[in-house]
Each structure stands twice: as C-alpha cells, then as structure tokens.
Design a protein around this ligand. Sequence first.
Ligand code: ATP
Ligand code: PRP
Length: 213
Amino acid sequence: MLTLALSKGRICDEAAPLLARAGIGLAEDPADSRRLCIATSLDDVRVLVLRAQDVPTFVEHGAADLGIAGKDVLLEHPGGGLYEPLDLGIARCRLVLAEPRDAKPAAPRPRVATKYVATARRYFAGKGVQAEIIRLYGSMEIAPAVDLADCIVDVADTGATLAANGLVVREEIAAISARLVVNKAAMKLSHGRISALVERIGRAAAGDGGGCR
Ligand code: ATP
Ligand code: PRP
C-alpha cells in the first residue's frame, strides 16, 4: 500500500481533479467526509487528508510515502528528508513582504508578522536586517493596522486581501505552487511503484491525462 498525504482545503480542492486525471480517484470527497484516510480507485494507494503544515512531517517520518504540499510550507520545513520531483502547477500564489501603503522608511529592527517564521528569518538575515519576527497563525494582514507589526510576510494571489487591509507588496520572496514530495527511504524501497505514480501524476499535471495510457 502506498500512502499519499494531501493538504486539506485549497490544495485538496485542486489536487483531487488532478489525481482523478492521473487515474487516482478519491473514493470520497474530503470536504464532505470526516474520514481522514480515504481509499482511491487504485487498490494500492490511499490518501491521508491533513493540515497543510503537517504534510512534510508525515512524509519525512515515513507515515506517508508521498505528499502534496505548497512550496511555502516546504520552505518552512527543516531537514532534507524529502525529494521534490514535481511542481504540480496548482495552488499558485506568491510569498511576499507587504507593508502599509503609507509606511514610513524601514525601522532598523522591523517587526514582522508571519506564520512563515523560518522563511522570514532567512529572508531578513539575507538582507543583513535584524527583524523581530511575530508568529501568527492567520489574519496577518491586520497586524500593521493595529500596530502589532510594521510589515507582514504572507502569501498573496489576487492581492485583494492585501489591498482590503491597506497593504502593498514591497518584495516578492518566492513564487509558490503545490509540489509532489516523496520520502527518500520509500523511494529506495518502492522505487518502481513510486516512480510509476510520480510519472502518471506528472503527466496529469502537464495536462496530458496521466491515467489514460
Ligand atoms: P491551515 O488552514 O491548515 O492553516 P492554510 O490556511 O495555509 O492552512 P489553505 O488556505 O488551504 O490552507 O492553503 C493551502 C496552500 O495553498 C498554502 O500552503 C499555499 O501554498 C496555497 N495558497 C494559500 N493561499 C492561497 C491563495 N490565496 N491562492 C492560491 N494558493 C494559495
Ligand atoms: C490566503 C492567504 C491570504 C489570501 C491571499 O488566505 O492567507 O490571506 O489567501 O489571497 P488573495 O491575494 O487572493 O487575497 P485564505 O483565503 O486561504 O484564508 P485563511 O486566512 O483561512 O488562510
């Protein structure tokens, strides 16, 4: 049995049709089911439906052989226990530094609200700036308006959330999309089966119907 860890929510919504095109149909819609382990149309593949941030952990520890997670989540995840063979091209967005439209010149030690603590720390360190990182779990966009932070590091897509909260993008830190990741040990142990699965998912992501051949 191969186990694929999937972020619930946005990535699951976009990945489920992609997996179906690859011939890996989910037996239940995760949005309608309380079941967290879902069978698929392939007898030897099952799917775990997880919090986005937990997908790399399940895959790295071998609790799942493969996973689908956003690059933003992977950038936050320490360690090198994962292969990242495919960019699936779904759940596209940008990881950005944003600040109020009328922000004053940068403070010497800017306060940065983010859930991307490690990535933000690396980004500011790379610029030689000592930032104070304030860890939030969501609604980062409100932090500058209530003087909790000077700026934020968060994902943006249309920019509507930033604009609605009076923020503008100062810099794009990374282009984000969902990636297929594979446990390194599983890749060695089950090389043939995992490679075949990666290949059919890759064909579906490229838009040429991986499951139909
Ligand atoms: P959780 O609710 O578990 O804390 P989350 O809010 O990050 O996680 P989603 O909003 O479903 O969960 O986002 C999952 C992934 O989708 C993110 O890790 C990111 O890669 C991508 N993503 C987030 N926001 C957007 C967006 N507005 N447009 C496109 N992709 C996005
Ligand atoms: C995500 C992200 C931003 C927003 C950006 O939130 O955290 O707030 O999308 O998208 P936009 O640029 O198109 O406005 P989401 O909608 O997932 O809600 P969340 O707060 O539950 O993560």
